[in-house]
Write a protein that binds this ligand. Structure first.
Ligand code: RIB
Length: 305
């Protein structure tokens, strides 16, 4: 089978990961247990996930002119990802994410650096790349004007778009109409829709408010999904030994993009994405646990729940 072509437009970061037995209180200093650094950024992570799961991937983004940029380009290259359109920009450091992993969960602060230099013109200049893609996958760690330009361009070229609205902002009805699938988690969806944060709505209630096709991730509970005019369905999460959930959402998005770009149904794509993201949390670091396609297929065939 020919590989599907996916263009990922987004961020590239170096993740500085600190492990700690508990979160410090405000003003408190504590001794952590370990420090490691990994390649990361939602864009680069999703590109890696797509490549490992069987797509031909092109990454579009910006890095600085520093050793962290070299590290990222080398890592993506090893995954077979085309990095010709990852632009090195002067006077800006490559993006950084300060990540604290504690009790199998994480807190992340991103300093975008060069990621914020990806302008709409950088994307519109790549019309030939987008036009040759089966799917465009975008997140929101790059300037919002660039996200909008990329969605408009893909739409005008009839290329399908998955938008992972993270970090979330309220999105206009006009923009949402141009997106084929959005993939927020529950709190991101509330922000996208401009709802107040009363936290009282059930997953079904909140996803029911969205008028188009959507897949809403729900942590260890898997994902809820709904075609534009269809029923809400739930794909339950899988039981796994969790080490680090960083990058689970990115694995999910990559897997979803690969499956949908190959013509799988929404149901098949979500089931595969839940399986892939379950496997991804068993190692420390966003991409360390990202599975290969045959690993996901084997895992799902074994009927793991
Ligand atoms: O989704 C996880 C990613 O978010 C990390 O790799 C970090 O770089 C931030 O972008």
């Amino acid at each position: 089978m020919n590989k599907s072509k996916i263009t990922v437009i987004g961020s590239l970061n170096i993740d500085m990961v600190t492990e700690t037995p508990y979160m410090p209180n405000q003003g408190e200093t504590i001794i952590g247990t370990a420090f490691s650094s990994f390649t990361g950024g939602k864009g680069a992570n999703q590109a890696v996930a797509c490549a490992r799961l069987g797509a031909e991937v092109t990454m579009v983004g910006c890095v600085g002119q520093d050793s962290m940029a070299d590290q990222l380009i080398t890592a993506l290259g090893k995954e077979g990802i085309v990095t010709d359109y990852v632009k090195p920009v002067p006077h800006q450091a490559t993006g950084i994410a300060a990540i604290t992993v504690c009790d199998k969960d994480n807190r992340i602060i991103v300093i975008p650096g060069a990621n914020h230099c990806l302008e709409p013109e950088d994307v519109t200049a790549l019309e030939h790349v987008i036009a040759a893609s089966d799917m465009v996958l975008i997140q929101q760690e790059i300037p919002f004007r660039t996200v909008e330009a990329a969605i408009r361009l893909a739409k005008s070229l009839n290329v399908r778009v998955i938008l992972n609205p993270a970090p979330a902002v309220k999105l206009s009805a006009e923009l949402l109409e141009m997106v084929d699938v959005i993939t927020p988690n529950e709190s991101e969806l509330a922000i996208v829709l401009g709802l107040d944060g009363d936290g009282e709505r059930s997953p079904e209630e909140i996803i029911g408010l969205y008028p188009h096709q959507i897949v809403m991730t729900h942590g260890k509970d898997g994902a809820f999904y709904k075609p534009a005019d269809g029923e809400i369905s739930h794909e339950p999460g899988r039981e796994v030994e969790v080490v680090d959930t960083t990058g689970a959402g990115d694995t999910f998005n990559g897997a979803l993009a690969v499956m949908l770009s190959e013509g799988k149904t929404l149901e098949e794509a979500v089931r595969f994405a839940v399986g892939a993201s379950a496997l991804s949390v068993t190692k420390l670091g966003a991409t360390s646990g990202m599975p290969l396609r045959n690993e996901v297929e084997k895992y799902l065939a074994a009927g793991s729940v």
